[in-house]
Structures are given as C-alpha cells and as structure tokens.
Design a protein around this ligand. Structure first.
Ligand SMILES: [Mn+2]
Length: 306
C-alpha cells in the first residue's frame, strides 16, 4: 500500500438535509486522525481545508437543492483528489456530506484511466445514494452521487471527471444498505449495482459479504472506499444527519475494515457525513478514526502476519 497519505478537508453540508457535516473535518482532526495514521508508520500531510460557497439553505429547484454550489464544491474536490493521486499519494477526503463522493470518485476514475488500472469502489453506507431529480423526495444531492457517477444526473455533475459516465455500475459494491427510496430501488436494480444490504449481512455474515465485495481485486486494482459514517449502527455512531437503525456493529465494522486492509490495494478513501452537531462528546469521530486505523492495517487480532 501507498505509505504517503494526504488529508483533504471539505467543510461543507451543501448537499445534506441538515446542517453540521461542515464541521466533520475538524472533528476528525480533534479525534487525532493524523497521529493515529502516523502511528502506523505512514507519512501524513494534512493539506488543510478546501473552500467553496456557503450553504444558502434553499428549497429544491427542478428537483435539486443548491445544484450550482454542489457543482463548485465537487469540482474543487475533484481537482484536489486528482492532484494527490498524480503525485502518487493516497488521498483521504474528510467530509463534508456525501455529495462530494462524486468529485472524489470521478477524480479516482480519471486517474485509473490515465494509469490503466481497474477501479473497484466500495460504498459503505446505510443509503444507496442512487436518487435522481425525478425520484428524490427531498432534492438533497447527498442522496444522488452514485447515480451521477453512473451517468444519471445533470450535466453539471455528471461531466466533472471528464468522461460520462465517470464509472460503470458494475465497478461498485454497496455494503450496509438499509434505507432506499421506492423509485431509487428500481433504478439500483436496473443499473446493475451489486448490493450487500443489511439482510444479506444478517443472513450470511460480514465475512461472506466482504469476500464477495473484494473478489477479483488484484495487483492492478485501485480500491476506493467511500465510507459514509451512517453505515455504522447509530448506537456506536450517533453523530450523523441521517441515522438508520440496524447497521453494522463495532465488531462487524472492524472486520469489514480489516478485510479491506488485508487486500493491500486501498488507494483512496472518503470519510463522509460525520456531523458533530449530532454527536456526543465526539465519540462518532473517535469510532471513525478507530475504524480508519484498521483500514490502514492495524490488526486487533492475535494473528501472525503473513
Ligand atoms: Mn451516503
């Protein structure tokens, strides 16, 4: 794995349905993300925060809230993530709401085209984030990034990575899903996304889900993890805007991260939707940093390394 890490803060809640994810990057820093990663022997550069338009908090226009502002933020994220990848560094995007997964992953996809790598996206989330303007009940664009990446969305969002669609649905594995709108569900199926929802994890276990989600990841695969903190059960992670009961437990989430680490292919990461306004003594940020530590190879198991 790449030992050179760059942190990119994106302090905005421009695509969300509640305010506060804009404080996410600082909460992760307060939870010692830099020293924890350095403790694993990684070289960490904190690039500070991107800037962008303020949140005007307006109702939807033609099915989108804040479309131009969302596009601006995503362009900044795209440019910053792409620049780090071009310097052979591993970018960690500190969100910010999950609409920014669009900018991040479209940059990753562009990098993979330039380097001839295969891309695998693991989307860890309670939600499929596959809404469109026609389907969305709210107009909040944080419910749309996966659809936009797959080409379903307005031009100003789908074109950010320089190719439409930015990615193919079959490159994505969604894990932990438990809240999908009715019309969104049909689009997820017709687009052909592979989804390991909570029922799958309940019945088959996290291990089986992750073995399938990581199948065929090889030495030429760029593995991107888009970690929406609402993936986790609200008992351990209350600090998000859209809690959904029945998510992975602490141990299940650790196993998920450890199995990703075992591949040695992690090459970029988003940590999204952390909302300190809903948190309790920063515990969600601390859990997130704990899990990130495992994602970068800390083993909690008494197991000899190979
Ligand atoms: Mn999400």
């Amino acid at each position: 794995m790449n030992l050179n890490i760059s942190l990119i803060g994106a302090p905005t809640d421009i695509g969300a349905g509640s305010r506060g994810a804009s404080m996410g990057p600082e909460a992760l820093r307060v939870a010692n993300i830099v020293t924890v990663l350095e403790g694993l022997g990684l070289n960490v550069q904190d690039r500070g925060n991107l800037t962008g338009p303020h949140n005007p908090w307006l109702p939807p226009v033609d099915g989108y809230r804040h479309l131009q502002e969302v596009a601006q933020w995503n362009q900044s994220v795209h440019d910053a993530v792409y620049a780090e990848l071009a310097q052979k560094r591993l970018p960690i995007l500190l969100g910010g709401d999950h609409c920014l997964g669009l900018g991040s992953i479209s940059a990753v996809a562009r990098h993979c085209r330039a380097t001839g790598q295969k891309l695998r996206v693991l989307w860890l989330d309670a939600h499929a984030d596959f809404n469109t303007a026609a389907l969305t009940p709210s107009g909040n664009i944080h419910g749309m990034p996966v659809a936009c990446l797959c080409g379903y969305g307005p031009d100003v969002l789908t074109h950010i990575g320089g190719q439409v669609p930015a990615i193919e649905a079959k490159w994505v594995r969604q894990i932990g899903i438990r809240s999908v709108d009715e019309g969104e569900k049909r689009l997820v199926h017709s687009a052909g996304l592979e989804v390991f929802d909570m029922r799958y994890i309940d019945e088959m276990g996290m291990r089986a889900a992750m073995e399938l989600a990581l199948a065929l990841v090889d030495a030429n695969t760029h593995l991107h993890v888009s970690f929406d903190v609402d993936f986790l059960d609200p008992d351990i992670a209350p600090g998000v805007g859209t809690t959904v009961r029945g998510g992975p437990t602490y141990r299940e989430a650790q196993l998920c991260m450890e199995m990703i680490a075992d591949t040695g292919r992690l090459a970029s990461l988003d940590v999204m939707e952390l909302n300190p306004a809903f948190d309790v003594r920063n515990k969600t940020a601390e859990v997130a940093v704990d899990l990130i530590e495992s994602l970068f190879g800390k083993s909690t198991l008494m197991r000899k390394t190979r």
